[in-house]
Write a protein that binds this ligand. Structure first.
Ligand code: NAD
Length: 490
């Protein structure tokens, strides 16, 4: 049997007593490469207890000392980058370059959190009344937990962990049971920096672990990234238990192509955004809205790129797109393409039923382009989460903005144009929290919030940067009176 992963609780690696496992696949080969235990409620409670025990001392550790661990962690991640990229590709399917991109963003988040001594500064006023001063301090919440999705196993835990521990909280990570290996290796590296026991916990598992964290009175805040139904569920259950929550959900991202766009770069960038990571990105572009005469020039180019994209095992040189995560995902995506066809769409480029030589058992869906999908089709509203781009037409920008704003999600919206006026209107009027102008994947840098809106986000403070610092701290306001006449003369 392949390796069964261990939990990391209170600074030690522990074998889960659970009788249930989830198989972890290399999606490019279809082979089982590890097993993730579906840990129990008791094991989750042990992780909370270990974190609670560590919390008082960690909180009182000066911020300057806390970030010394993060500086060490950053160096260690950089030293192990190649190994981490290969592992991430093996369990997740994306290309080596894509794994490298996500791990770089993880490192950037560590770098930003190293600025915590400044970032978590409060503010104050002298003499709000005679002899009275007022101060605001930021203090940690205590024990916080993050529940993360399969598609960015190296990056998304680090949207949270560096900020949580730098601000003085103790942290529990429940990674996706589909891609738990990168998080395990990253935790091994964290073990090497000798953080005090209990500052970071890793608990593998599924719903039982999540529900225990949501209900446990010892957990103060929940960070979540995943699909919209799970995000909504977690937000509601965390709120019902009086917890702070930030829940980033799914997406269905549109891009508008204006006739004055640079068509060569627009087609190339949109193809990367639609088919990169095999479409398994919350910032994947899934619908291109073509304005007037943009259609002909864009169509010809995007078809050529989709038909020639090099699909295969992501750790092989020159591969531009990997497989989707599971055999069930491949079946689901192919069924949605068939449903779209049944509902009246044309399959202009068909990625179904294709194989990669030497990796016949891999879960590959090739780039697919659909045209003429009626708005009444469920597929028009479903997050496909595969390499499928739908093309639609609109006579003008007004209609396109209405189409963009008519959808439930609001993770990202993009426009390609050479008109500053069109770009500015789009930026102001679209109902989406991340906007790309001549950009296909408008992924905020670590020092900006990852700003999903509408059904793509439940909460108010997002992941990363200042939002992360605010999310993981509570403000304490102190009003103090020291009248002059009380000062003694010595
Ligand atoms: P998912 O919702 O199936 O799982 C996410 C996490 O929630 C996992 O750790 C899983 O174990 C847990 N989970 C799943 N169902 C649960 C339940 N019923 N109760 C409690 N916990 C549960 O998502 P996924 O398939 O791993 O990831 C893909 C989704 O994540 C897509 O919808 C994608 O758009 C979204 N995503 C969003 C962002 C963002 O920033 N908005 C980023 C990445 C991915």
């Amino acid at each position: 049997m392949k390796e069964r992963l261990s939990n990391y609780i209170g600074g030690t690696w522990r074998t889960s007593q659970s009788a249930h496992d989830e198989r972890v696949f290399n999606p490019a080969t279809g082979a089982v490469i590890a097993h993730a235990p579906l840990s129990t409620a008791e094991e989750t409670a042990e992780a909370v207890a270990a974190a609670r025990e560590a919390a008082p001392a960690w909180r009182m550790t000066p911020a300057l000392d806390r970030i010394k661990y993060l500086f060490r962690l950053k160096r260690l991640f950089e030293e192990h980058l190649d190994e981490l990229c290969r592992l991430c590709t093996d369990e997740c399917g994306k290309t080596y370059a894509e794994s490298n991109g996500e791990l770089q963003r993880a490192i950037e988040n560590i770098e930003v959190a190293c600025g915590i001594p400044s970032l978590m500064q409060g503010y104050n006023n002298e003499d709000i009344a005679r002899g009275i001063d007022e101060h605001m301090f930021r203090e940690p919440l205590g024990v916080v937990a993050a529940i993360t999705p399969f598609n960015f196993p190296g990056m998304i835990p680090f949207w949270f962990l560096p900020y949580a521990i730098a601000t003085g909280n103790c942290f529990i990570l429940k990674p996706s049971e589909k891609t738990p290996m990168t998080a395990t290796r990253l935790t091994e590296l964290m073990d090497m920096i000798e953080l005090p026991r209990g500052v970071v916990q890793l608990v593998h598992g599924g719903k039982e672990v999540v529900d225990t964290l949501l209900d446990h009175p010892g957990v103060a805040a929940i960070s979540f990234v995943g699909s919209t139904p799970t995000a909504r569920y977690i937000y509601q259950r965390a709120a019902a238990n009086g917890k702070r929550a930030q829940c980033q959900g799914g997406a269905k991202n549109p891009v508008v192509i204006m006739p004055d766009a640079d068509m060569d770069s627009a087609a190339r960038i949109v193809a990367d955004a639609a088919f990169g990571c095999a479409g398994q990105r919350c910032l994947a572009l899934s619908q291109a809205i073509l304005i007037g005469s943009a259609r002909e020039a864009f169509l010809e180019r995007i078809i050529a790129i989709a038909e020639t994209r090099k699909v295969g095992y992501g750790n092989t040189e020159g591969i531009e797109m990997g497989p989707v995560i599971r055999a069930e995902s491949k079946a689901r995506i192919e069924a949605l393409i068939a449903q779209a066809q049944h509902d009246g769409a044309r399959v202009t480029v068909d990625g179904r039923g294709k194989h990669v030589a030497g990796n016949e058992e891999g879960f590959f869906v090739f780039p697919t382009i659909l045209e003429g999908l009626p708005d009444t089709s469920d597929v028009a509203r479903t997050e496909i989460f595969g390499p499928v781009l739908t093309l639609a037409d609109a006579p003008d920008l007004d209609t396109a903005i209405d189409m963009v704003n008519g959808r439930a999600h609001g993770n990202m919206a993009c426009i390609f144009t050479s008109s500053g006026g069109a770009a500015r209107r789009f930026r102001q009027e679209v109902s989406a929290g991340n906007v790309g102008i001549n950009i296909g994947v408008a992924a905020p840098m670590a020092f900006f919030p990852f700003s999903g809106w509408n059904a793509s986000f439940f909460g108010d403070l997002h992941a990363q940067g200042h939002h992360g610092v605010e999310f993981y701290t509570q403000t304490k306001v102190v009003v103090e009176r020291w009248p002059k006449e009380w000062s003694r003369k010595f």
